[in-house]
Design a protein around this ligand. Structure first.
Ligand code: ZN
Length: 248
C-alpha cells in the first residue's frame, strides 16, 4: 500500500511537470501563431537536443590495442563514436591524464604487480600498468577519433594520490572534476555515455551521473570492457541498479 501511494505521488509529480512544460511551450508558440506544426516539431527537437550531451570516455592510445593498458577491441568503437558525435549538440570527451609515478601504477608500489589490489586511504584500488602519462603518446586520443567535434575535454586522474575512474568525481567519490557544473549551466539533463572501458570509467561515470539525477544511457556497441575478475558483470549490474539504461 505504501509503495502504491509513493508511486502515485511520483506520477502526479511527473504529470504536473509535463503540464507546466506544455503550458510554457504553448505560451511561446501562441506568439508565433503562423508557424507550421512541422516547425514546432523542429523546435521541440532542438530543445531536446539542447538538453542532451554525448560523453565519450577515454578513447586514448593506451586503452587501444598496442597501448600499455589495452582494452580488447578498444579501437573498434572509433568509427561508431565518430558517427554518434554528428548527432549531438554537446559533446564532452574525457581523457585519463596521470602524472608520471601516479599512485594507481603498480610500479609506484614496491613488490606489486599490475592488476593486483592495494588499500588506499579512499578504499580498494586496482594497480594498473603505467598508462596515460600526461603529454605522452599513450595519453593522446586515438588518431582516428574526430576530436574537433568536442565542446569540452575533461582530464582526470591528475592528482598523484587519487585515481579517477568517473568523469564526475575522483575515486574518493567526493572531489569533483567540474563536469557537473558545465552540464548544469547548459541545462543538460540527459547523457549518452560511450567509450573505454565499460567496466571501469564508463561504469563509474554512468553511475555517478545517475546518482546526480541525470537521465543516463550507455550504448554498449560503442564501449569495450577490460573484464577483470567478473568486473563486466558487476558493472552491468551496478548500472542497472542505479537506473542507467543500457542498450546495444
Ligand atoms: Zn588511469
Amino acid at each position: 500500500m505504501v509503495v502504491k501511494i509513493s508511486r502515485r505521488s511520483v506520477m502526479v509529480g511527473g504529470t504536473l511537470a509535463s503540464v507546466s512544460a506544455g503550458a510554457h511551450f504553448l505560451t511561446i508558440s501562441s506568439s508565433k501563431a503562423s508557424k507550421s506544426a512541422m516547425t514546432q516539431n523542429q523546435e521541440n527537437e532542438e530543445m531536446d537536443k539542447k538538453s542532451e550531451a554525448l560523453i565519450v570516455i577515454d578513447v586514448q592510445n593506451d586503452f587501444c590495442p598496442g597501448g600499455s593498458l589495452a582494452v580488447p577491441g578498444g579501437d573498434e568503437i572509433v568509427p561508431l563514436v565518430n558517427k554518434m558525435m554528428t548527432d549531438y549538440a554537446t559533446i564532452v570527451l574525457t581523457q585519463d591524464w596521470h602524472p608520471a609515478g601516479h599512485s594507481s601504477f603498480a610500479t609506484s608500489h614496491e613488490g606489486k604487480v599490475p592488476f593486483s589490489m592495494v588499500k588506499m586511504p579512499y578504499g580498494d584500488q586496482v594497480l594498473w600498468p603505467d598508462h596515460c602519462v600526461q603529454g605522452s603518446n599513450g595519453a593522446a586520443f586515438h588518431q582516428d577519433l574526430q576530436t574537433d567535434h568536442a565542446d569540452l575535454i575533461i582530464r582526470k586522474g591528475a592528482n598523484p594520490a587519487i585515481d579517477s575512474y568517473s568523469s564526475f568525481f575522483e575515486n574518493d567519490r567526493s572531489t569533483p572534476t567540474g563536469l557537473k557544473g558545465y552540464l548544469d549551466i547548459l541545462g543538460i539533463r540527459k547523457l549518452t555515455i560511450v567509450g573505454l572501458a565499460t567496466d571501469y570509467c564508463v561504469r563509474y561515470s554512468a553511475v555517478d551521473a545517475a546518482r546526480l539525477g541525470y537521465e543516463v544511457e550507455v550504448i554498449l556497441s560503442a564501449c569495450r570492457a577490460i573484464d577483470l575478475d567478473g568486473s563486466l558483470k558487476a558493472a552491468l549490474d551496478d548500472m542497472q541498479v542505479h537506473g542507467v539504461k543500457v542498450h546495444n
